[in-house]
Design a protein around this ligand. Structure first.
Ligand SMILES: Nc1ncnc2c1ncn2[C@@H]1O[C@H](COP(=O)(O)OP(=O)(O)OP(=O)(O)O)[C@@H](O)[C@H]1O
Ligand SMILES: O=C(O)C1=C[C@@H](O)[C@@H](O)[C@H](O)C1
Ligand SMILES: [Mg+2]
Length: 168
């Protein structure tokens, strides 16, 4: 069975929606950021502190390579997974779902939880806008399905995805 792969920016709900989607589809859920933290035994923020963003990106590509060899998983990717061509090719093996969200929603959601190194010590709104400027086109381009994920309860977002999957 093809993997279901969630892409989108920080706070779009990839982890939250991914967990419920996996339950609904009776598939295993895997979160790339979480797997990297488990493998390294430290947080993503610590990886950025020690190895910089480049170091994290190398680990991310290695992890995605490993995870995309599996079948039948729901995979929540990191917000920056689409910036690398190598990653994009890997993700295309699955059915790619873009959770589209406004900057406002992202901002509200990312304030609840730290451990997002790209938002540390900067104006979060400006940074999220810059990232969307760079990546928005890539999220759209890579998506097999685009689902709005702002201001909607998680189960409704999952309903929309499962209905789209039934039409395939
Ligand atoms: N549809 C939703 N409605 C309300 N809150 C939500 C929704 N989706 C996610 N959230 C909340 O927003 C926060 C961020 O969501 P989540 O961690 O799933 O995003 P993410 O896309 O995985 O972000 P990251 O790329 O940083 O890992 C969480 O606290 C989550 O509970
Ligand atoms: O948007 C990004 O580049 C990131 C998003 C998170 O999921 C993590 O992968 C990390 O904090 C980088
Ligand atoms: Mg996540």
């Amino acid at each position: 069975m093809q993997n279901l792969i969630l892409i989108g920016p920080m706070g779009s709900g990839k982890t939250t929606v991914g967990k419920q989607l996996a339950k609904r589809m009776r598939m295993d859920f895997v979160d790339s950021d979480h797997m990297i933290e488990e493998r390294c035994g430290v947080s993503i923020s610590t990886i950025f502190d020690i190895e910089g963003e480049d170091g994290f990106r190398k680990r991310e590509t290695k992890m995605l390579t490993e995870l995309c060899e599996r079948n039948g998983i729901v995979l929540a990717t990191g917000g920056g997974a689409v910036i690398s061509e190598e990653n994009r090719i890997l993700l295309r093996k699955g059915y790619v779902i873009y959770l589209k969200t406004s900057i406002e929603t992202q901002l509200a959601r990312t304030q609840k939880n730290q451990n997002r190194p790209l938002l540390e010590n900067v104006d979060a709104e400006t940074k999220l806008e810059e990232l969307m400027e760079e990546r928005g086109r890539l999220y759209e381009q890579e998506a097999d399905l685009i689902v709005m994920s702002g201001d909607r309860i998680v189960s409704k977002v999952v309903d929309e995805i499962t209905e789209a999957l039934e039409q395939l």
